[in-house]
Write a protein that binds this ligand. Structure first.
Ligand SMILES: Nc1nc2c(c(=O)[nH]1)N[C@H]1C(S)=C(S)[C@@H](COP(=O)(O)OP(=O)(O)OC[C@H]3O[C@@H](n4cnc5c(=O)[nH]c(N)nc54)[C@H](O)[C@@H]3O)O[C@H]1N2
Ligand SMILES: Nc1nc2c(c(=O)[nH]1)N[C@H]1C(S)=C(S)[C@@H](COP(=O)(O)OP(=O)(O)OC[C@H]3O[C@@H](n4cnc5c(=O)[nH]c(N)nc54)[C@H](O)[C@@H]3O)O[C@H]1N2
Ligand code: SF4
Ligand SMILES: [Mo]
Length: 745
């Protein structure tokens, strides 16, 4: 921070915590009040790039609807409480449920922002462990779990996700992602649009595969308007074509990969011709793109939400990686690479010639009580949480903790979720708003404004296109009278202590002290010395210091981070497959049994008749963030964005007109949405964004309520998931549309 005492202005540099892009912000204050937020031009990674959300941290900080005092529900109404009262109510409410002897009766749901907070990334898994419950749910199973599953199967390491090396690739094949709105996902790359443009400027090519003509499509060389839900078919055909054309490149990865022939045999039925009707992509196009990809100097296939959140999510994710592997593009510059984050563990040294074997990856170590769904990475599908709450009998979920999640809007079959939450015996939410989910809570524990918290992107530096480290100290002291008074990590620490049976009064520092001691021990340091030498630091900074000092970059610690307000650039990604692999063979397992056993489902899709009905897909908008940030006037003003996009041909056939309301129905629910006729969607595809529907009673989001929109997850089904990952199908939903008669016409 720099200050000018003459004018009482100060400049703070922080990383924006709102999305995965990790942009640097320059925040100017006068007399403590924020006067301006703009992109930090000196940020080593984002170099001044910012999107409209970054600057609205100011409005979020000031939002009068943001919860600033713990709330306890009494006689159906929230009343303000002190922190000791709130924690006592939590200990009592959860304690009552635990008293019956079943730890599984308390469930937890961790929402998306918990990947963006230190509370979530450092203490989330500790809380899960302390709860000793199998009922663990998160936004991962409405998002990227297929990617974890495919990495688990391929590399034995579900936490190691290959990232497209955007800055060096010659050919980006991007499926089901729209970084012009989302700013990128599982690919931390501030100014993704600029990085895409740079690919083209250096003579490379960008191909976007999406049933909608998005802004990302407009900035690409080529648009492939795929039929929703068919990415796995198409990727399989690309691989078969590359194999048949003799373009497989085994030079680098062949010696460390098992299962090439089995993979090619399994994928043989999928050819450019055989998948053409289902994907609506001509065989010529598929053949040409396969050859371009394989013969490009470097190339990378990168799939995101549109490929992952379908019934074939893990297969599609696996196939994108197979495509990268068989063309020699995994773990090499310009291909798909594994970042080396500053807080990661340093590489284990292997004796020369010895493969780095591990324990491999498995799912289904236990299964859900209702529906017998396998756990994946210790989680059940978010799609079954409602059933676990409403199905009576031993093991029933009776209490719930949510941390930064809004599953009543973000998860499938959300009306059922809403009703289920209303029936809980006890619910506690760590959140910043009273919204569709937290209105059901008995206690709300408010997290401070993002500007009042320390920040270090533990999750996203592991998914980043460059190795970077940037620490932001809190801009406001924890005891700022306009803030709730406890940092979010302290709130989570208190919940951990309650779950451990230590009561509501135990000191949060017990949790941070234990973490410091155990990290030190793991790193081979003396725990007392490690703690003593960091006793001058706030606990979270001490933990980051310890992680970074014992990480892969020598000479890096919190001091260097503090002195580098614009971040530290640790260079481009480096090949490191041997440090990643944890398979029992020590090799990449291209065709593991679990995956092979799921391929017949894809064959069945191919053998079935192509679906000619209407398929619903979602979409994102730059000025939105899943189901929240809709209470900030500056972001939601103007025309409603929650429209049902229909292609002119379909609109004509259905008798729909621009701006009228229509009934949109799936086999689990229906909504009434306003029609927008646009050829941006492919014929047969309709699109409605998720995260809207802010008209529920009992919420406290005055602005959001005025631009409510409709909740698209009324239409998605909890029953249909990708079997290997448990991920919900949120795209490619069969729907029907009926024109509603306009009154008076
Ligand atoms: N149909 C459909 N559904 C989808 C998707 C889709 O594409 N289509 N996308 C899915 C995806 S990718 C995701 S990640 C999920 C997201 O699903 P969720 O994580 O369940 O929901 P969000 O809308 O991100 O809600 C975030 C919550 O965190 C709160 N919050 C914000 N900042 C903080 C903070 O700093 N601390 C705390 N404690 N709380 C905070 C907000 O008030 C809000 O309640 O939605 C999924 N749902
Ligand atoms: N502004 C904004 N930014 C965000 C978010 C937000 O809500 N708003 N959410 C954040 C989160 S939690 C995430 S996970 C990321 C997601 O980031 P992205 O993965 O980039 O997500 P989307 O922008 O939803 O883009 C998904 C695209 O997939 C297309 N699609 C749908 N079905 C299919 C299909 O079957 N096949 C193919 N090939 N394409 C399909 C859709 O038309 C859409 O354009 O964004 C993050 N950033
Ligand atoms: S792109 Fe993401 S990280 Fe960058 S300013 Fe926008 S919301 Fe923040
Ligand atoms: Mo997400």
């Amino acid at each position: 921070m720099s200050t000018d005492t003459n004018t009482d202005t100060a400049t703070h540099f922080r990383t924006c915590p709102l999305c995965e892009a990790t942009c640097g912000l320059e925040i100017t204050t006068k007399d403590g009040a924020i006067t301006r937020i703009r992109g930090d031009r000196d940020d080593v990674f984002s170099k001044g790039f910012i999107c409209p959300k970054g600057s609205t941290l100011k409005q979020l900080h000031a939002d009068p609807d943001r919860v600033r005092t713990p709330l306890i529900k009494r006689d159906g109404k929230f009343v303000e409480a002190t922190w000791p009262e709130a924690f006592a109510a939590v200990a009592e409410g959860l304690g009552h449920v635990w008293a019956d002897g079943d730890r599984n009766a308390v469930a937890i749901y961790l929402g998306n922002p918990s990947a963006h907070t230190l509370a979530g990334t450092l203490f989330g898994s500790q809380l899960v462990k302390a709860l000793q419950t199998k009922n663990v749910y998160s936004a991962s199973t409405v998002d990227q779990m297929p990617k974890h599953a495919s990495s688990g199967f391929l590399f034995g390491n579900p936490g190691a996700l290959p990232i497209p090396d955007l800055d060096r690739t010659d050919y980006l094949l991007m499926l089901g992602a729209n970084p012009f709105e989302s700013n990128g996902s599982l690919c931390t790359a501030p100014d993704f649009p600029g990085r895409m443009a740079a690919i083209r400027q250096r003579g490379g090519k960008v191909v976007v595969v999406d049933p909608r003509r998005t802004k990302s499509v407009a900035a690409a060389d080529e648009h492939v308007a795929i039929r929703p839900g068919t990415d796995a078919l198409w990727l399989a055909a690309l691989i078969t074509e590359i194999h048949d054309a003799g373009l497989v490149d085994l030079a680098a990865l062949g010696p460390i990969t098992n299962g090439f022939n089995r993979t090619f045999d399994l994928l043989a039925p999928f050819t450019p011709e055989s998948v053409a009707a289902h994907t609506r992509i001509s065989a010529d196009t598929t053949r040409r793109i396969a050859r371009e990809f394989a013969s490009s100097r470097t190339a990378v296939a990168y799939g995101r939400i549109g490929t992952h959140t379908t019934e074939y999510g893990t297969l599609a994710s696996w196939l994108a990686d197979v495509l990268n592997i068989v063309t020699g593009n995994l773990d090499r510059p310009g291909g798909a690479m594994f970042p080396t984050p500053a807080h990661g563990r340093p590489a284990k040294r292997q004796a020369p010639g010895v493969r780095p074997t591990g324990r491999g990856f498995s799912t289904g170590r236990w299964t859900s009580r209702v529906g017998d769904r396998p756990e994946v990475r210790g989680e059940f599908p978010a799609a079954v949480l409602a059933d676990e709450i409403t199905t009576t009998g031993p093991g029933q979920v009776r209490a719930l903790i949510t941390n930064s999640g809004n599953p009543v809007r973000s998860c499938p079959d959300s009306e059922q979720m809403d009703a289920a939450f209303a029936s809980l015996e006890f619910m506690v939410s760590v959140d910043i708003y009273v919204n569709e989910t937290t209105r059901h809570a008995d206690v709300i524990l408010p997290s401070p404004s993002p500007l009042a918290k320390p920040h270090f992107d533990l999750a996203f530096y592991g998914l980043s296109v460059r190795n970077v480290a940037n620490y932001s100290a809190p801009m406001h002291p924890a005891d700022d009278p306009s803030e709730p008074g406890l940092d979010e990590h302290e709130i989570v620490a208190k919940l951990i202590l309650i779950a451990m049976g230590m009561g509501a009064d135990a000191d949060a520092s017990l949790v941070t002290d234990t973490m410091i001691a155990s990290l030190a021990t793991q790193a081979g340091l003396d725990p007392d010395e490690a703690a003593a030498s960091r006793s001058h630091l706030p606990p979270v900074e001490a933990i980051i210091d310890l992680l970074v000092q014992t990480g892969p970059y020598e000479g890096l610690g919190i001091e260097q981070l503090r002195q580098s307000p614009h971040g530290i650039d640790l260079g481009p990604l480096k090949p490191r497959i041997d440090e990643i692999l944890r398979t029992t063979s020590g090799n990449i397992e291209l065709c593991p049994d679990a995956i092979a056993a799921d391929v017949p489902r894809l064959v069945a899709l191919l053998d079935g008749a192509p679906d000619d009905g209407l398929l619903l897909v979602g979409r994102r908008h730059l000025r939105s963030n899943n189901s929240w940030m809709h209470n900030l006037e500056v972001l939601v003003k103007g025309r409603s964005r929650c429209t049902l996009q229909v292609h002119p041909t379909d609109a004509h056939a259905l008798g729909l007109h621009e701006g009228v309301d229509a009934r949109l129905a799936s086999d689990v629910g229906e909504v009434v949405a306003t029609v927008e006729i646009t050829d941006e969607v492919a014929p047969g595809t309709v699109s409605l964004p998720h995260g809207w529907g802010h008209d529920a009673p009992g919420t406290r989001n005055a602005i959001a309520a005025t631009t409510a929109g409709v909740n698209s997850n009324i239409l998605t089904s909890g029953a249909i998931t990708d079997p290997l990952s448990g991920n919900a199908r949120l795209n490619a939903i069969p729907v029907t549309i009926t024109a509603l008669d306009v009154v008076g016409v």
